[in-house]
Write a protein that binds this ligand. Structure first.
Ligand code: HAH
Length: 337
């Protein structure tokens, strides 16, 4: 009898993880084609890296451009994958015109946008990042001083979730953020979601982006975060996982090839992190990588422009990395339960 996740040609990641959670990848209009083989073999969820963001999907008022997003949803349906929607209300990659005028105008644009975008994919997108990155990184305030906060007031988050829930009552609605493991921000995100749910706002869960590095965050901080968020009784997803080979404080120009030693350490790190994720399978619905293979990653331009990074499970030639093998080694290579 074949082991779970194995077929004659080796491991299929999403199949190996079917007892645990979905395995997702961010795609863009190019990788949907160039990485289709890896996507079909290993993933059962996709997220549009940019193509569902406001600036892409409604660049000027009322001018909705669904082409690229439609192709992604069709691809997912053809290959029996789920689709995550990213993202409805965010302060970045949102055109300036959205923020002109008074509170009522901003709210009516928000309503129109959510209605049109979510409505188009109703029943076909299982989970939405309704609000992205609303919590402050530092200082004493709970919320980031974004143009949504300044233009609408602090109830913009509750309003967005209420609108989204009316448009697609069956979709899982997430609050999504980064630096979710640092204690101060972890606590602020916890407070925000607790407050919203206390008011009866339909927030179903928290998305942890997971843009992490070789040495940070610690396993203890990852565990503490999952534990704290799970204590709210909400669903969790890891929505944008990648593990940079560069340390956060390293802003050097880098080089064209990855350090083999760091690739091995990255494998151990991915193995450790997915081991933790498997422990939390009761609350974790999906783990999405923010890309498919190292030839197409946003980290080539963040936080240093034009510096190569190798943060994903597959190399620039789409071959399996130590990271892939570590993740695929589900409980010693046997996920059958
Ligand atoms: C994420 N932000 C966004 O959610 C995602 O849409 C984007 O493609 C990549 C990363 C992370 C982030 C950032 O973009 C800038 C500063 C801090 C964190």
């Amino acid at each position: 009898m074949a082991e779970a996740g194995l077929d004659a040609n080796g491991t299929r990641l999403a199949q190996a993880y079917s007892p645990y959670f979905r395995i997702g990848a961010a795609v863009n209009r190019r990788t949907l084609v160039s990485h289709a083989g890896l996507l079909q073999r290993h993933f059962n969820s996709i997220t549009a890296e940019n193509e569902m963001k406001w600036a892409s999907i409604q660049p000027t008022p009322g001018d909705f451009r669904f082409d690229a997003a439609d192709r992604m949803v069709a691809f997912a349906e053809a290959h029996r994958m789920g689709v995550r929607g990213h993202t409805l209300v965010w302060h970045n990659q949102t055109p300036d015109w959205v923020f002109t005028g008074d509170r009522a105008q901003l709210l009516s644009r928000m309503q129109d946008h959510i209605q049109t975008v979510m409505g188009r994919y109703r029943g076909r997108v299982y989970s939405w990042d309704v609000v992205n990155e609303a919590v402050a990184d530092g200082g004493d305030d709970l919320l980031r001083a974004s143009r949504w906060l300044l233009g609408v007031g602090e109830d913009y988050i509750a309003e967005a979730f209420r609108m989204a829930h009316r448009v697609d009552p069956d979709a899982q609605l997430l609050y999504n953020d980064y630096n979710e493991t640092t204690p101060a921000k972890r606590d602020r995100i916890h407070r925000l979601v607790k407050d919203l749910r206390g008011q009866g706002v339909p927030v179903h869960g928290i998305g942890l982006q997971g843009h992490w590095r070789l040495n940070t965050p610690s396993a203890a901080d990852i565990r503490a975060t999952l534990e704290l968020y799970a204590s709210l009784g909400v669903r969790l997803q890891v929505t944008e996982l990648d593990i940079s080979l560069h340390d956060w404080n390293d802003r050097s120009a880098g080089g064209p090839e990855p350090d083999p030693d760091r690739l091995e350490r990255q494998g151990q790190r991915y193995g450790e992190i997915f081991g933790i994720f498997r422990e939390y399978r009761a609350v974790l619905d999906a783990v999405t990588l923010w890309g498919v293979a190292d030839d197409a990653t946003w980290l080539d331009n963040f936080p240093v422009r034009a510096r190569k990074d190798w943060p994903l499970l597959f190399d620039v030639h789409h071959g399996e990395k130590p990271a892939f093998r570590a993740v695929a080694a589900v409980d010693g290579g046997n996920a059958a339960r």
